[in-house]
Design a protein around this ligand. Structure first.
Ligand code: ADP
Ligand code: ADP
Length: 232
């Protein structure tokens, strides 16, 4: 099945007497190898949508299918966690562990997943080469540039060969050359491994080159949804 399908997803927050409709019936299909950019003003529901797509929050109504299988985040904790294994996350502030070097940061998800050390080592070294960080395996994050840290974050998201990568403003803090390299890297990875990327971004350097741009406004996808041919 498709990496991810949402149908009629709704989410409402309640704060005391206040009812805040964050998502009001979102339909979304994320295809394999596709780089999908998610835009929209602050408060339009982007974070809520990323959390639901990342299986870390449940909608109030509607359906979430991950790789063709229905996901109920509330009911089936173990099964959901197993599926979440198929998702990589890239956070805006990178979320690298400062006391771990580059190798250890990227290795960590494999360690948690119980992958044996020999295989961990091989997979980490392969992905570090792929993102151009082969020479930096022993460096701590604080010895790296912003672009290099972002590469570590992407390597860590990709090391388990996820079906879906979710990224929140991954290029916001990067200069244009580095942002371009980052985009090339995500594209190459999407096309090589078939991973789908769902990226919240206002960065025109990114949205211009996405396979598809989805705009949220007041919790709905606005009709300007622009589809571009996928280069895969
Ligand atoms: P502007 O941001 O100048 O109003 P738009 O009308 O294109 O330009 O933006 C629509 C909405 O998207 C804005 O209300 C703003 O919240 C958000 N937005 C646009 N660009 C950015 C940006 N670079 N960073 C954060 N939010 C942005
Ligand atoms: P975006 O990421 O586009 O800024 P969000 O998904 O964070 O949008 O928020 C959508 C709406 O839901 C906003 O009105 C926001 O204030 C509200 N909201 C988000 N998270 C919470 C929360 N935990 N509790 C209450 N309201 C929330």
């Amino acid at each position: 099945g498709l990496p991810l399908t949402l149908s009629q997803v709704r989410k409402t927050y309640r704060m005391g007497q206040h009812v805040i409709p964050a998502l009001q019936g979102v339909d979304l299909q994320v295809r394999q190898g596709q780089l999908l950019a998610l835009t929209g003003p602050s408060g339009s529901g982007k974070s809520t949508l990323l959390n639901i797509c990342g299986l870390i929050d449940a909608p109030d109504a509607g359906q979430v299918l991950f790789q063709g299988e229905h996901v109920d985040v509330n009911d089936v904790i173990a099964a959901t966690l197993r599926r979440r294994d198929g998702i990589g996350f890239v956070f805006q502030n990178f979320n690298l562990v400062p006391v771990m070097n580059v190798f250890e940061n990227v290795e960590y998800p494999l360690f948690v997943a119980g992958v044996p050390s020999g295989e961990r080592r091989a997979r980490v070294l392969t992905i570090l080469e792929e993102v151009g960080l082969g020479e930096h395996a022993r460096h701590r994050p604080d010895a790296l540039s912003g672009g290099q840290r972002q590469r570590v974050a992407i390597a860590r998201a990709l090391v388990k060969q996820p079906a879906l990568v979710i990224a929140d403003e991954p290029t916001a803090s990067l200069d244009t050359v580095t942002a371009g390299q980052m985009l090339d890297l995500m594209r190459a990875s999407a096309h090589k491994h078939g991973a789908a990327f769902l990226i919240a971004s206002h960065d025109e350097r990114l949205t211009r080159r996405a396979d598809r741009v989805i705009a949220l406004r007041d919790g709905v996808i606005v009709p300007s949804d622009e589809e571009r041919p996928c280069l895969a």
